[in-house]
Every structure is written in C-alpha cells, then in structure tokens.
Design a binder for this molecule. Structure first.
Ligand code: COA
Length: 388
C-alpha cells in the first residue's frame, strides 16, 4: 500500500504532467516553440489558433483553408440563440452572468454536434474548430439580445470578410471596428490563448482524462475560468478601478490614490489583476498589452488616458510597497474598457481565445490518455464507530 504524501497547498510548484503545447518560464511564454512577443508582433490570432489546434505553424494554403473553415462554422443553431434570449432575464436579474450563459450555450452546442461523443483525434480537431468559430458568435448574439437588438447576421455569424478579432467586435456592436481596434483585440486574443496547466486548462484535462467529451471539458473549463482568481480577474480589475475612480474623483490625485491603497492594504484586500502563481517578477504578457492599450486610450482621449494613468500609479504603489506585479488581466481590463466593451463580457472574450489552448490540451490528453487521479492527504477524524 502506498501512503499519500501532502503536497504544497494549491499544488504550487508541482509538475502535474508533460505537454508539447506550451512552456511557461519566468521571462518567457512559448507556444509550441514560438515566444509570445514574437507571436504578438508577427502573427494573427488565426495563425496562433492553427498552431495550437493543428500542432504547427500553417503554410499559406493551410492557413487559407483553416480561415475558410472557421468562417463557414461561425453561425450558431437557432436553438442556441433561443437559449441566449431565455438567458436575458437571468442576466438582468443578476442570477447569471455572461460566463454562465456562455457555459450553457457551449453545452447546447455539444448536444447539437454530431461528433459530440467522439474522442478521436480527427473528431476533436473538427470540434475544436467549430467551438473556436462559434464562441464569438455566442458572445456577440448574447450582447445584442441583452441590449434589446437582433443578432448581427445570424445566418453567417457575422461578416465573412472580417478576421476573427474584427468579427467578434462586429457581432457585439453591429459596427465594423477600425483597424486599430481590430489589432488590439487580435493581440489580446493571442496573449490569452494558452498558458500550460492553469486552473481551467487543468480542469479540462481532468475531465478529458476520464474520456469524457470536448464540449463537456470546455464547459468545465469555462466554469473554472470564471472565478476572479483566474480569468474573472480582467472584469474584477476594471470593477476595482471604477470603484477607485468613484472614490477618489477624476483627478488621479496622488494623495487620494495612496490613501485608497493604504486602506486596501490595511483591510488585506486582494487587488485584482495583480500577482501570479508562477510569475513572481512580472507577467510578460502584461507589458505587451499595456503598451497597446495605452496607445488606444491616448487615441480615444484624455478620460481614457487618465484611466491608464491611474492604473500605472496603482502598479507603482503595488510594486514599491508589496513587490507584486500586474498580471495580464490588469491591462486587459483597462484596454477592453477603452474599446467600449461591456465589463461582463471581458471574461467571455478570454474564452473566445483560450478555447484554442483548451482544445489543444484536450486533444493532447485524449491522444495519449491516462486517467488523472491524484491522492489526498487525509487530516479528518480518526477511525470511529457509527453506533459507538
Ligand atoms: N493583492 C494583494 N496581495 C496579493 C495579491 C493581490 N492581488 N496577490 C498576492 N498577494 C499576496 C498574498 O496575500 C500573499 O501575502 P501573504 O504572504 O502576506 O499572505 C502573497 O502575496 C503571496 O501570494 P499567494 O497568495 O501565495 O499567491 P497565490 O500563488 O496563491 O495566488 C493569485 C496567485 C493570482 C491567485 C493571487 O495573486 C491573486 O489572488 N491575485 C488577484 C487575482 C488575479 O489577478 N488573478 C489573475 C491571475 S492571472
């Protein structure tokens, strides 16, 4: 009999398996051999999605075929749109948030997918493409019906001539984005696409490891990503900055910011968008997105530039007094706010990107599967008798 040994809390520092998909180091983040700064500067989201799902950089012909497949799969069944309409009162009542509605929509997409129950490599690749194509449409239609509008181009899931990033924004707003907004969205999707055994990806691998299906594993991953300690931090970070702005007023007054932060420290409040389980000297992705977001904010006007100014002051206080750096969710919150995206859709947009990383891991798990079943170290009551 083997004895279970206690691991560090939260499995910190534990290597839980092998992967060929992603390498996370203190100063770099690498998708299948390509560093994230290189990808953010030189690739598109579609190319990165191909790299993750299919396993390598696409040739021009492969990329063209992949983009055509995504475009062809963008439309969602009317049953899913009907569900989104059903979900509106729950969103308005606050008993559900968009991440919950998206999670259920992905479940319904599974019920209606002819290959839902298959776990073969080819079936998984096909489902990964369908989910990557359809999730932005779910988000777009959800936002439209929530605002009392009709979904944009439901027969095609948007404008077939638009890129994945541009079409996501188009479906949410009904307006084709500027090239600048498209670029910022595209880069944010690249930065969010993959991150080895983060909580949601690990959850998806645990589910896939039972030989359960991709849609099921993705719904579990969405539930994990929703939490404010994980993907939900991009919404929580922006909510926190909005709270700060309403507390301290519009002037970014140094003394008021300092006092707000001291109060937060005194009450041991966690500042959302800061800290990371792995990166202790800063999240490489945060700097890339911050620079892009700040540029977009300056172009939009003083109010938006001031938001970044406030964020930068918060960052410098956190660093100087707590030695804690921002993670990618901090600039993401400010960047999506600058782009006019409603805060509750920030984490669903994270899903629109991370679906590619989850799918890659689910495929990797199914292709070489062994059940994931760790041990627990027991610390409950000693053995006792029910009747004694
Ligand atoms: N605000 C204030 N203090 C923080 C902090 C934050 N965002 N993140 C970490 N700390 C503090 C912890 O309270 C702890 O202090 P202590 O030693 O005095 O108790 C110390 O830093 C070490 O942090 P720890 O709790 O060990 O980090 P973790 O690895 O368990 O947690 C996160 C990592 C990401 C969950 C955590 O940093 C966090 O909650 N951040 C806010 C949510 C967020 O942005 N999540 C997105 C992650 S990409």
């Amino acid at each position: 009999m083997t004895t279970a040994t206690a691991k560090p809390t939260g499995l910190e520092g534990v290597t839980a398996g092998d992967t060929t998909i992603c390498q996370v180091e203190q100063t770099s983040l690498i998708y299948r051999g390509f560093e994230i700064a290189d990808l953010a500067a030189n690739a598109t989201f579609e190319e990165v999605a191909y790299l993750l799902i299919e396993g390598d950089k696409p040739s021009e012909a492969q990329l063209d075929a992949f983009k055509a497949e995504l475009v062809a799969e963008r439309a969602i069944p009317t049953e899913v749109t009907d569900w989104l309409r059903t979900g509106v009162p729950t969103l308005k009542a606050g008993t559900a948030v968009p991440m919950d509605v998206l999670r259920t929509a992905v479940g319904i997409l599974g019920h209606m997918d002819a290959q839902c129950q298959e776990v073969s490599h080819d079936a998984n690749i096909a489902k990964a493409k369908r989910l990557t194509a359809k999730i932005p449409t779910v988000i777009g239609h959800m936002q439209r019906v929530l605002e009392g509008h009709e979904p944009v181009d439901p027969a095609t899931g948007g404008d077939p001539t638009l890129s994945h990033a541009a079409n996501l924004l188009y479906q949410m707003t009904g307006e084709r984005p500027t090239p600048e907004a498209e670029k910022v969205m595209d880069v944010s999707l690249i930065l969010y696409a993959e991150h080895d055994f983060n909580a949601s990806t690990f959850a998806s691998r645990v589910i896939a490891g039972t030989l359960s299906d991709m849609h099921g594993a993705v719904t579990g991953a969405i539930a994990a990503l929703k939490g404010p300690l994980h993907g939900g931090a991009n919404e929580a970070a922006m909510d926190m900055l909005s709270e700060m702005r309403s507390d301290i007023g519009p002037d970014n007054d140094d003394a008021k910011i300092e006092a707000w932060m001291q109060e937060a420290f005194a009450s041991k409040r966690k500042l959302m968008g800061f800290g990371h389980r792995v990166y202790k000297n800063g999240d490489h992705r945060a700097g890339i997105l911050h620079a892009l977001g700040r540029k977009a904010a300056e172009a939009r006007g003083t109010e938006f530039a001031k938001l970044f100014g406030l964020g930068e002051k918060v960052q410098s206080i956190m660093l100087a007094q707590k030695n804690i750096h921002p993670n990618v969710d901090f600039p993401c919150g400010m960047t999506y706010f600058t782009m006019g995206i409603p805060v509750p859709q920030y984490t669903p947009i994270f899903v629109a990107s991370r679906i590619t990383g989850w799918a890659a891991h689910i495929i990797e798990q199914h292709d070489n599967n062994r059940l994931i079943r760790p041990r627990a170290s027991y610390s409950g009551p000693a053995l006792r008798k029910w009747n004694g």
